[in-house]
Design a protein around this ligand. Structure first.
Ligand code: NDP
Length: 253
């Protein structure tokens, strides 16, 4: 994507990123901060989130807020408690990037371990839903809120061996479409990003034999992440975007 955002694209915007401790989420948090946003960093590992916050402090005068929540065990009550704590710090959320996710097992359906299946659905779908439900009132306080979910090519076309992960990403696309339709008349747009194969730990565990140097980095795919959080995408809702539109799914060659 060729996109030249204005340097102040996200000035006065308050954006929450889940999975801000590593990979694409960490890069998105840094990028949003660089373009002027106030960040709320969410993850399960306080130490890693603190490291992201320190990196933000080197590029932005606006101190980020850190919240820890393990999505594997998150309950609706914990999500509402989190929203309550956030509302004591900020008056609204202008953006939420649901980025945290887990891969589960790469194995044929017949071999998928039910307990691992349940974990993938809990983190990628149920916790994402619970968090969204709790954060919606804050998002609706924004004059142009942007709710972004993270999908995958296997969330649009099933692929052998991708089991629970693929099913969770289909569910994510569905959640996005339902919410987009529900808020079509309001100041809230809801969309998905499919990052495409990107050089992170998750990618390496999915494709251990792949040469990571053949993949785009999280930094390379940030133009779409910026565009969806800024005013230039204001009228877009209910859509699923590719951060690497010309990339064919599967192992990098
Ligand atoms: P990483 O594994 O590098 O990062 C995942 C992030 O999610 C980390 O911050 C991790 O926290 C967090 N996370 C995992 N489990 C939990 C949990 N139980 N509670 C809270 N946070 C949790 O993955 P990527 O950056 O590669 O992936 C980001 C998103 O992009 C995911 O939704 C993934 O499905 C999607 N995606 C990625 C692609 C790729 O090629 N990389 C391709 C298509 C989609 P911690 O640091 O503590 O581990």
């Amino acid at each position: 994507m060729h996109y030249q955002p204005k340097r102040d694209l996200l000035q006065n915007r308050i954006i929450l990123v889940t999975g801000a401790s590593d990979g694409i989420g960490r890069e998105a948090a840094l990028t949003y901060a660089r373009y002027g946003a106030r960040l709320i960093l969410l993850g399960r590992n306080q130490h890693k989130l603190q490291a992201t916050a320190e990196q933000i402090n080197q590029i932005s005068p606006i101190q980020p807020h850190i919240f820890t929540l393990d999505l594997l065990t998150a309950s609706p009550a914990q999500c509402h408690q989190l929203a309550q704590e956030i509302s004591q710090l900020v008056p609204r959320l202008d953006g939420v990037l649901h980025n945290a996710g887990i891969l589960g097992e790469i194995a044929p359906m017949i071999e998928q371990t039910p307990a691992v299946w349940a974990e993938v659905i809990q983190v990628n779908v149920n916790a994402t839903f619970m968090l969204t439900q709790a954060l919606l009132p804050l998002l609706l306080q924004s004059d142009a809120g942007s709710l972004v979910f993270t999908s995958s090519s296997v969330g649009r076309q099933g692929r052998a061996g991708w089991g629970a992960y693929s099913v969770s990403k289909f569910a994510t696309e569905g959640m996005m479409q339902v919410l987009a339709d529900e808020y079509r008349q309001r100041n809230l747009r809801v969309n998905c990003i499919n990052p495409g194969g990107t050089r992170t730990d998750m990618r390496a565990s999915a494709f251990p034999t792949e040469d990571p140097m053949k993949l785009k980095t999280p930094h390379d795919i940030m133009p779409l992440y910026l565009w969806l959080m800024g005013d230039d995408s204001r009228r877009k809702t209910g859509m699923s975007f590719d951060a690497q539109p010309n990339r064919k799914p599967g192992i990098a060659e």
